[in-house]
Design a protein around this ligand. Structure first.
Ligand code: G
Ligand code: G
Ligand code: MN
Ligand code: NA
Length: 254
């Protein structure tokens, strides 16, 4: 396939972009963090989404260099936003399993922080619930090292796997992100409402904050806020935006 032969060139020729989506505090809408989402600006004009190319990147062993690029770009962006007084909230980066499990992963992050004169507390890391279940002792050690750098740990897509609650208690996690499949039919679907409430309550009992993704309506936002969900992300605030458009969004929030 065409894409496959073009992927390594995409990295060499800087065709990847980060788009940004805010996560806001449920009680007052204040910005709490920003998720960085990779896009491929293909030379033919198409904007390709992670679902279109990340699996191919993994097959081609390009996930490590691409993941490295994402973290570096996030740190450069965080530095710029700080320098320009735009915002100093954390940028949230998604980690794939191959990336997180690669030997030297934490050392790679430390090296990027040094090279970019950045701090670990500029970052959040989102790891899928599924990823966190393999080799729990190793996961625990790596998460602890990221936490020691000052970074925040988020369990992404929460509720979609078969995550053991024991692991959630054992791992040094800060936040869980309720998967959009549970948000979609709020507040009218009684099963979704029950699951969302249960996730929020359980996360709180374990000392974790909760962020909900895919929040599209004010009815969903109000339900989540009323049930104690701390942060919201989704179209009701804004869809992910290219950097320039996101910076305009930031300025309009003043
Ligand atoms: O941007 P979009 O909504 O299409 O994202 C789809 C999925 O792609 C998200 O669930 C997200 O976790 C994943 N994703 C987006 N950017 C990155 C990235 O930089 N690295 C990895 N590993 N996954 C990403
Ligand atoms: O890592 P994660 O799966 O959370 O990535 C977020 C994905 O969700 C991105 O692909 C983004 O484009 C998408 N997204 C962001 N906001 C919304 C929303 O309100 N509704 C839906 N359906 N998708 C959204
Ligand atoms: Mn995510
Ligand atoms: Na998610």
């Amino acid at each position: 396939l065409e894409l496959e032969s073009q992927l390594s060139q995409a990295l060499a020729e800087s065709q990847f972009r980060l788009h940004f989506q805010p996560q806001v505090r449920a009680i007052d809408g204040a910005l709490s963090s920003v998720e960085a989402l990779i896009r491929w600006q293909h030379p033919d004009g198409r904007l390709l989404m992670p679902g279109d190319f990340l699996a191919v990147a993994e097959e081609q062993r390009l996930m490590l260099p691409i993941g490295h690029w994402v973290v570096r770009e996030a740190l450069k962006t965080a530095r710029r936003w700080r320098a320009e007084g735009l915002t100093d909230v954390r940028i949230s980066v998604n980690l794939s399993a191959v990336q997180f499990q690669a030997s030297g992963f934490v050392e790679g992050i430390e090296q990027l922080l040094t090279e970019e004169e950045a701090r670990g507390d500029w970052l959040e890391f989102e790891l899928s619930e599924r990823l966190l279940m393999n080799d729990v002792p190793q996961v625990k050690r790596r998460l602890s090292r990221l936490k020691a750098l000052g970074s925040t740990i988020v369990v992404d897509d929460f509720g979609t796997g078969y995550f053991s609650l024991r692991y959630l208690r054992e791992l040094p996690v800060d936040k869980v992100k309720i998967d959009r499949s549970f948000v979609k039919d709020l507040p009218v679907a009684v099963d979704s409402a029950a699951i969302a409430r249960a996730i929020i309550q359980m996360a709180h009992n374990l000392g974790h904050a909760v962020v909900a993704e895919g929040v599209e309506t004010s009815a969903q936002r109000n339900f989540l806020a009323a049930h104690g969900c701390e942060e919201l992300q989704g179209e009701v605030i804004t869809l992910p935006l290219p950097r320039d458009a996101f910076e305009d969004w930031l300025l309009r929030q003043r």
